[in-house]
Design a binder for this molecule. Structure first.
Ligand code: AMP
Length: 251
């Protein structure tokens, strides 16, 4: 188990900073390789499910939001002009322009090729991004196993977002009532400080929900047409949603 976590740590480094850090996967590959996309409005619990699914299915958690947050927190080096502009969109809760996101994903195409599989979280977010991803996967002869669409009523989403807290060090996700840490304000996994994400502030949440409705909701029709959409009810505890997801995937 510790071995698996170590491999995931290295893979995340490759994804997060886009550097040429070699992927350490090689031994201990899962017998069944999963290539998944997670869809769902902000606050629906995608990040939590992604963590649980990655551990169970031994696939890497590839979140574009985490790339931007890592760039924002990177100390000692000045972000590029494109990254600075992307971070400004993110601060407002708006979507980063497709061209920037797609450049960032193309730089990391090796993570999609990875023999250990992947779980894309927060990408694609627009039909243009989904089109480009489809082109990349076709070229690489990679097929998606499923696109999981987490569904939840809007008032439940708002309550989840306002209570969400994220570890400033390892990015683990908690909720003040739904998934509280053992010690208030402190991460169970690494002891890091739990903080409210800038884009979980109420004004940014409103912008994010509008961006979701306008740009991301049409992706469900896109993937339904391709026959890979798997709807999952995201109501209940993280463990209940996780079990529901495994059943839906027949994993
Ligand atoms: P997330 O953690 O997935 O909610 O992403 C946080 C923020 O990063 C979003 O509100 C956007 O500003 C930006 N972002 C992440 N992924 C994308 C994407 N695929 N397209 C556009 N913006 C993105």
């Amino acid at each position: 188990m510790g071995d698996v976590q170590l491999q995931h740590g290295n893979d995340r480094a490759t994804w997060l900073d886009g550097s040429a850090v070699p992927c350490s996967l090689g031994s201990g590959h899962p017998t069944r390789v999963w290539r998944l996309v997670l869809l769902g409005a902000p606050g629906v619990g995608k990040g939590t499910q992604a963590e649980m699914l990655c551990t169970r299915l031994m696939a890497c958690h590839l979140s574009t939001g985490d790339i931007f947050r890592a760039a924002k927190n990177a100390c000692g080096c000045e972000p590029t002009a494109a990254m600075k502009s992307a971070l400004e969109y993110m601060r407002r809760g708006d979507l980063v322009p497709d061209a920037t996101v797609l450049d960032i994903v193309r730089e990391r195409v090796g993570c999609l090729r990875c023999g250990g599989g992947f779980l894309l979280d927060g990408f694609p977010r627009t039909v243009a991004q989904a089109d480009t991803l489809a082109g990349i996967l076709l070229k690489e002869k990679i097929a998606l196993d499923a696109v999981i669409d987490y569904r939840l009523p809007i008032d439940e989403i708002v309550s989840r977002l306002s209570g969400r807290r994220t570890c400033s060090a390892c990015k683990a996700v908690f909720h003040v009532t739904g998934r509280p840490p053992r010690k208030s304000g402190v991460c169970d996994h690494c002891g890091g400080m739990l903080v409210q994400r800038e884009d979980d502030r109420p004004e940014a949440v409103r912008v994010r929900m509008e961006a979701y409705e306008r740009s991301t909701a049409p992706l469900t029709a896109f993937y339904k047409r391709l026959g890979v959409l798997v709807p999952v009810n995201a109501d209940g505890s993280p463990e209940q949603v996780f079990e529901r997801t495994l059943v839906a995937l027949k994993a």
